[in-house]
Design a protein around this ligand. Structure first.
Ligand code: UN1
Length: 506
């Protein structure tokens, strides 16, 4: 047994996952750290999905009448369990997704944060009281639980994205069926085991409030097509979203889609370049370029280009790449060989389109022949050509020049995706313009910080090919409930709206 496999087994054991759940199954799980198999998970088929949805529907029926603050108590206790197991769960994220220790822990912290947020929310699922045009009447809206929610997540945030969805769903009175990425089922098993234990210890929480189905595309599609699930929240590629959205729409289901990003930044002449350098580096190479919010394009004013870009090239040349478990490492591995191939293909295309590539090659192959470590790439492009408009899920930062801000904003928006964006400037007018209606067309628009690493308190998501969904904070909870508009007549008359007269003679 490799070190990673032994450590994963020890961690899973401490997190309460029975050995049978990750040994002897048909799905081998590899650690991106060394490419070793760290688990073999049994997978489900479409019939198992149907059964899981049935269990989730029964749990929903029992959960929806439970008062929301009591539902919040479950989430509060889960937040406590996460606090108690933060180190182990964070470690497992590192082992299975290849995140550096800091980012693995950060991801679990993101879970804890959304638990806290959802607990507060459980007493704030407010509806409006609305002025009515009729005397002796009152209008209001009431938010009700929606139903079992399908949550489909990607490998790169294997635990946080589920919790954004699930914790809101639970306080909203919904049950959940979760399909994690086939690349990261172990962290899902761990989250689920912790949840089951928490839920079982609380009176009034029905069994199977949280359900886990593991498998490939057919499992996901069985969920997507199941009319018993009024909401499908899916995070992943635009290609996946293109398939999911019409299928959910065909049965009049609701979809929350978090798809590809191609996040840009404008670096203006007045930018604090020392700050920009740090912001760019974390956003572009953090998580080895595998966040949907990763910075992929910078549009730099020609007046600062020659000061900023050589400095970035020098930083790119000395980034500490290595095992994410080792202290000091900032760049861990890519998830797998396919991600590496996609990166190399993109770099070849960038060269063909006139780009100058710094870095981007494979590294540490002697030590870890079965893993894929890369030097992040910085690519100077003569224009925003076809490859720049595409999202490649790897650490590639394209760099382009601009002369005036209108041109930069137009270039910024001229990609199909619309997730996160930022501007580095100390000019108030430029900052406001970038955030205005005529500025960035993204769901996340930042000033003097990079596009990645959003807090859970805001609504998270983006426009255009990013899918339009919003998760996490602000009023994203409304997506997980159904709204009823109530009109109550407390008079002895029956006036009709719009002044309509409808009297029966005699
Ligand atoms: C994702 O990459 O799917 O804003 C989510 C961020 C994180 C979440 C990213 N809080 O980078």
């Amino acid at each position: 047994m490799t070190d990673t496999a032994a450590e994963a087994a020890a961690v899973l054991d401490r997190l309460g996952v029975p050995r049978a759940a990750y040994t002897g199954g048909d799905l081998p799980v590899r650690s991106p750290i060394d490419g070793a198999v760290i688990g073999r998970v049994p997978t489900h088929g479409p019939a198992d999905v149907a059964a899981a949805v049935g269990r989730a529907a029964a749990a929903f029926a029992a959960w929806r009448p439970v008062p929301a603050p009591q539902r919040g108590e479950l989430v509060r206790r889960y937040g406590e369990a996460l606090r108690a197991h933060k180190a182990d769960l964070g470690r497992l994220v590192s082992l299975e997704a290849g995140k550096i220790v800091q980012e693995g822990l950060g991801e679990v912290q993101e879970m804890i944060d959304i638990c806290d947020f959802a607990v507060g929310l459980s007493r704030q699922l407010y509806g409006l009281t609305i002025a009515t045009e009729r005397p002796g009447h009152r209008m209001m809206e009431t938010w009700h639980p929606l139903g079992p929610v399908a949550v489909v997540t990607a490998f790169n945030f294997p635990v946080a994205v589920w919790s954004w969805n699930a914790m809101l769903a639970f306080v909203c009175g919904d049950s959940v069926v979760w399909k994690p990425s086939e690349k990261t089922p172990l962290t899902a098993l761990a989250c689920h085991a912790l949840f089951e234990r928490t839920a079982a210890a609380i009176e009034g929480v029905p069994a199977h409030l949280s359900n886990l189905v593991i498998g490939a595309r057919d499992v996901g599609m069985a969920l997507v097509d199941d009319a018993r699930m009024p909401l499908v929240s899916a995070t992943g590629s635009t290609r996946m979203g293109r398939e999911v959205a019409p299928r959910v729409a065909a049965r009049f289901g609701r979809a929350i889609l978090e798809l590809g990003g191609n996040n840009g930044m404008i670096v203006a002449p007045s930018a604090d370049l020392a700050l920009a350098e740090r912001g760019i580096t974390f956003a572009a190479v953090g998580t080895c370029g595998q966040r949907c919010t990763t910075l992929r394009r910078i549009i730099v004013h020609e007046g600062v280009y020659d000061r900023l870009v050589p400095r970035l090239a020098s930083i790119w040349g000395r980034l500490p790449i290595g095992s994410p478990l080792e202290a000091g490492t900032l760049i861990g591995p890519l998830i797998d060989a396919a991600a590496f191939e996609a990166m190399q293909k993109a770099l070849a295309q960038a060269r063909a389109e006139g780009g100058t590539v710094h870095g981007g090659g494979r590294t540490l192959a002697d030590r870890w022949p079965d893993a894929r470590y890369v030097a992040p790439a910085l690519v100077e492009m003569p224009a925003q050509s076809a490859i720049v408009a595409r999202e490649t899920f790897a650490p590639i930062l394209y760099v382009m020049r601009y002369r005036d801000l209108d041109e930069a904003i137009a270039m910024h928006n001229a990609v199909p995706q619309g997730l996160a964006s930022s501007i580095f400037t100390t000019d108030l007018r430029e900052a406001e313009r970038f955030m205005s209606a005529a500025g960035s067309d993204c769901g996340i628009v930042n000033v003097n910080i990079g596009p990645s690493g959003a807090e859970i308190g805001g609504a998270f998501g983006g426009e255009k090919e990013t899918g339009g969904g919003r998760e996490s904070g602000s009023d994203a909870w409304k997506g997980y409930m159904r709204r009823a508009t109530n009109t109550i007549n407390y008079s002895t008359a029956l006036p009709l709206a719009q002044g309509i007269r409808f009297e029966i003679d005699g």
